[in-house]
Design a protein around this ligand. Structure first.
Ligand code: NAD
Ligand code: DAU
Length: 338
């Protein structure tokens, strides 16, 4: 099988390529990435030793480029990770999110249709379902939960999902969609909660917790997300959406306190800052469909996963220094001012 993985120089895409190349050494993997602020060559340089891997620098919003690449390569499977992925950035810049997440996705869909790929898999998010209340722990997102988005990020991802499903209905394109909860693990850019807090705590810099810190997310170790996508590609039914979760609901404060404990740092580093506008209260996933129909379940506990992740950031200071050079500091001071 010949795979096109888009966004493979980012966090989850690079972990997915590693996971798949280890598991399917006979398959071929082409990584298409525009190398935005979130994509880094030092994340993917370890793949250069694999003879079944190639990197192509390119932008999925460039329709002609995408068409030419598909015409030349004749992919069997497309897995679309490429996206603007950070909610906070989407609050002040909707257009980048519409361009990559919506237009970019439709370019990939058109090319997949024209060149008759065997499977198009869209990497979606649980954020398309909106939020759950904090006082109803019995409520979970199922695949039947109505789309109800809060941010430009989630709206653009929901829009992409709707296009993907329409290409199945109208054109018979063999699509699947996964909607996953919050990922953490190695190679995550330090703008998202867990790597941001680890990096700042290591350096004894204040940790900005939004609002009262009681918002809840369901955390999944990135390798479990990769195995879920692999399962859906190989066993999933076309035209279907599968929710993927980590069975690890935590408040943001619980997450930050765990990180501080692992690093033997003081809780006094925590600084409560203004809340995120439109901040979703709680995400929680019912993943019974993928479990009962495809036999997938997460295997990493949050305690083990966070210990592994903290250890990875301590051991990979060079990677961290490289990805936080350039525009990172400017983003941090503009965003937090602390
Ligand atoms: P990321 O921001 O770490 O990586 C995104 C990658 O896409 C980067 O390498 C970037 O260079 C590339 N990219 C951006 N625009 C592009 C374009 N126009 N053309 C080509 N490449 C482009 O994101 P991530 O956290 O790894 O998320 C990957 C996917 O998974 C996204 O679609 C996201 O919506 C989805 N997702 C993420 C999470 C999470 O917790 N991080 C959870 C569920 C779903
Ligand atoms: O649920 C899946 C989604 O999870 C993915 O689709 C997104 O790509 C990914 O970014 C993530 O979205 P969140 O907004 O939930 O993740 P983030 O790490 O930005 O924030 C997690 C929680 O932590 C959220 O409640 C906001 C809070 N937070 C975040 C940051 C960056 C803080 O309190 N302080 C911070 O500085």
């Amino acid at each position: 099988m010949k795979y096109l993985v888009t966004g493979g120089a980012g966090f989850i895409g690079s972990n997915f390529i590693q996971y798949m190349m280890d598991k399917y050494p006979e398959d071929e993997f082409i990584n298409l990435d525009a190398l935005t602020y979130a994509g880094h060559t030092n994340t993917i340089e370890r793949f250069n030793e694999y003879c079944n891997y190639r990197f192509v620098k390119g932008d999925i919003t460039n329709r002609q480029f995408v068409m030419e690449l598909f015409s030349k390569e004749k992919f069997d499977v497309v897995v679309n990770f490429a996206a603007e992925s950070h909610v906070d950035r989407s609050i002040n810049d909707t257009s980048a999110f519409v361009l990559t997440n919506v237009l970019g996705t439709t370019n990939l869909l058109d090319a997949s249709k024209k060149y008759e790929v065997e499977r198009y898999h869209q990497v979606g998010t649980d954020e398309v379902y909106g939020e759950l209340p904090l006082d109803r722990p019995d409520l979970l997102f199922s695949e039947k939960t109505p789309i109800h988005t809060s941010s430009s990020y989630s709206s653009s991802k929901a829009s992409a999902d709707l296009f993907v499903l329409s290409y199945y209905r109208t054109h018979g394109l063999p699509v699947t969609i996964s909607r996953c909860s919050n990922n953490y693990g190695p190679y995550q850019y330090p703008e998202k909660l867990i790597p941001l807090m680890i990096c700042r705590a290591i350096k004894d810099i204040k940790l900005p917790v939004y609002g009262n810190g009681l918002n809840v997310r369901d955390w999944i170790f990135v390798e479990d997300h990769c195995s879920a996508i692999d399962t859906i590609i190989h066993k999933g039914k076309v035209g279907e959406v599968y929710n993927v979760g980590g069975q690890s609901e935590r408040t943001n404060l619980q997450v930050v306190n765990t990180i501080l404990e692992k690093l033997h740092k003081s809780k006094e580093l925590i600084s409560f800052v203004a809340d995120r506008p439109g901040h979703d209260k709680r995400y929680a996933i019912d993943f019974s469909k993928i479990k009962s129909e495809l036999g997938w379940a997460p295997s990493m506990s949050f305690e083990d996963g966070i210990a592994k992740t903290v250890g990875w950031y301590i051991d990979n200071e060079l990677w961290l220094n490289e990805v936080t050079a350039g525009g990172y500091q400017e983003y941090i001071s503009k965003m937090y001012g602390i």
